[in-house]
Ligand binder design. Structure first.
Ligand SMILES: [Zn+2]
Length: 81
């Protein structure tokens, strides 16, 4: 199946609640997703590469979340409809 088709069916908008299931098990759970604001990801974006990374923020602002999170590592939460 095409990755492009798959992601277009499940777009993540900035500020969406997502479930992180990536490579850091201690951070698995509910986060707010925003486009990763770091300069590396910004540069990748400027090249037009379809490799969007996300930064995850605590919805309660209590702890820093992971950065450069791959799209495949997060699932849009069904809580945000
Ligand atoms: Zn980044």
């Amino acid at each position: 199946m095409s990755d492009t088709l798959l992601s277009s069916l499940d777009l993540i908008e900035p500020g969406d609640l997502v479930i992180y299931t990536g490579s850091i098990p201690s951070l698995h759970g509910l986060w707010l997703a925003i486009p990763c604001p770091c300069r590396i990801c910004e540069a990748i974006d400027a090249f037009g590469l379809p490799d969007t990374r996300f930064a995850l923020g605590d919805p309660w602002g209590q702890r820093p979340g992971p950065h450069h999170v791959r799209r495949e590592s997060i699932t849009r939460s069904i809580a945000c409809t």
